[in-house]
Design a protein around this ligand. Structure first.
Ligand SMILES: *Cc1c(COP(=O)(O)O)cnc(C)c1O
Length: 459
């Protein structure tokens, strides 16, 4: 394959340039530069290959994006076909073909009522749009006082300043606090960490939310939530019924519900959207990551007619939504997204996810007897393994031990890539992974965890 044409000196040249010029996201560069970088050269199916031709399972879907695997002929062809027509033209005051087709399809597969599609280019920008829409919705309706937001403890909604303002992961967000607008926070129900388990966690969330709404509802524009699975906080799965109860409270207190489906959308949790588990119909919904099958940066914020109509007026009324991005509605990305959705239908991908998730959990279940496995939780193909220093007391590993990083490092040596969230090992494989591939990846995961937590493996 093409990697044979890369010599050792190619690797060294690129590694040097990487170190010299690339500033990597969410990465302490001093630490990164102490090791030889992993440089990916190509992908095939659910595997990635580095410059030296070593193969790795993509055990985290290249950060939770990938649906159909890499280098997929159908997606490549859709991209090439669109490229022959036009790579980009703007949606500012005009339209292009693939973005229209895609908007209609998104409206058709989304929870009831979400008929309007506003495009952007990342999850974070999609969140910004939802926040601004929610705020201006009330403003345009003559209620500018409804301007604050409710978020959930340990929420992650992206890294732009608005998204960080409704973010609640202290490690990422605290330093920026002086730049942010304040938000209200209610607990996300974490059954493993709550003294009264999932039921207690859910009761606590709902009662905190209800008191907050009673006291401050008149000043609140919207609640934003990662539905059913809170991802970046460590793959926390909501108890059943919690999302619909949250939605009910928002309705009752006249607060918009924003569902951030950036991670959970497009089949990841076993439904097209996680809201579908409980038939929840949000007022605004953000999608990204898997929208293009993980190929290209396209995101979208979907809105109901009710939200849209608050902006629909004569120009002089000044109710326009003044927001947009250079690449809003990019035709290449939209064409690939359309083909990705077609493949999902043709291959019944969403329908296969529940069974695959159960299969993986079953394969990993012997781990539950090991001394440092606190919890294994999952919904569909979104799975987290929480490692603990002490299983009985659930005492976490000290962050300084970087236990998750060590396990991911060991998994890489064993042939699988993933990236931890603190002490939680993440397993989010491409949705097309076969049972035999899932079994191989789960076995690598088990071995890596045991090597690091019991056998003292260190790089
Ligand atoms: C990844 C993620 C985002 C941010 O998306 P980007 O494309 O990285 O900006 C927002 N919300 C959730 C729930 C996510 O998982």
């Amino acid at each position: 394959m093409s990697s044979l044409f890369h010599s050792q000196s190619d690797y060294e040249r690129l590694a040097l340039l990487d170190q010299k010029h690339v500033w990597h996201p969410f990465t302490q560069m001093k630490q990164y530069n102490e090791e030889s970088p992993l440089i990916i050269e190509r992908g095939e199916g659910i595997r990635l290959f580095d410059l030296e031709g070593r193969s790795y399972f993509d055990g985290f879907s290249s950060v939770w994006l990938n649906v159909h695997g890499h280098n997929v002929p159908e997606l490549n062809e859709a991209l090439a076909a669109q490229m022959q027509r036009v790579a980009h033209s703007t949606l500012l005051g005009m339209a292009n073909v693939p973005s229209i087709e895609l908007a209609a399809q998104l409206a058709a597969i989304s929870p009831a009522g979400l008929t309007k599609v506003f495009y952007s280019d990342s999850g974070a920008t999609g969140v910004e749009i939802a926040l601004k829409m929610a705020y201006q919705y009330w403003y345009n309706n003559g209620m500018p006082g409804k301007k604050s937001f409710i978020t959930m403890k340990d929420a992650y909604h992206g890294d732009t300043i608005g998204a960080v303002s409704v973010g609640a992961i202290p490690l990422y967000h605290e330093v920026f606090r002086p730049l942010l607008f304040p938000s209200h926070t209610v607990p996300y129900p974490n059954g493993y960490r709550h003294p009264d388990g999932p039921d207690g966690a859910m009761a606590e969330t709902l009662s905190a939310l209800e008191s907050l709404l009673q006291e401050h509802g008149a000043g609140i524009a919207a609640l934003i939530v990662e539905p059913v699975v809170q991802g970046a906080s460590g793959i926390i799965v909501m108890p059943e019924g919690c999302l619909s109860a949250i939605a009910g409270l928002c309705r009752r207190y006249d607060v918009l519900l924003i569902a951030d489906e950036v991670a959970t959308g497009f089949g990841r949790t076993g439904r097209m959207f996680a809201c579908g588990h409980e038939n929840v119909a949000p007022d605004l919904m953000i999608v990204g990551k898997g929208l293009t099958g993980g190929y290209l940066p396209v995101a979208a914020t979907l809105a109901t007619e009710r939200v849209y109509n608050a902006f629909y007026a004569d120009y002089e009324e000044q109710k326009t939504f003044f927001h947009g991005h250079s690449f809003t509605g990019n035709p290449l990305g939209c064409a690939v997204a359309l083909e990705s959705l077609r493949l999902m239908r043709e291959r019944s991908i969403v329908e296969s996810v529940d069974a695959k998730g159960h299969f993986v959990a079953q394969r990993l279940s012997p781990l539950l007897d090991r001394p440092h496995i606190g919890d294994i939780r999952y919904k569909g193909l979104m799975l987290g393994i929480e490692l603990v220093a002490n299983k009985r007391t659930k005492e976490p590993y000290h962050w300084n031990e970087r236990i998750g990083v060590l396990v991911a490092r060991r998994a890489r040596d064993l042939g699988m890539l993933t990236r931890p969230l603190g002490n939680v090992i993440v397993f989010i494989p491409p949705l097309v992974s076969t049972d035999s591939e899932l079994a191989d990846m789960a076995d690598i995961l088990s071995e890596a965890v045991i090597d690091v937590t019991e056998r003292g493996w260190r790089p």
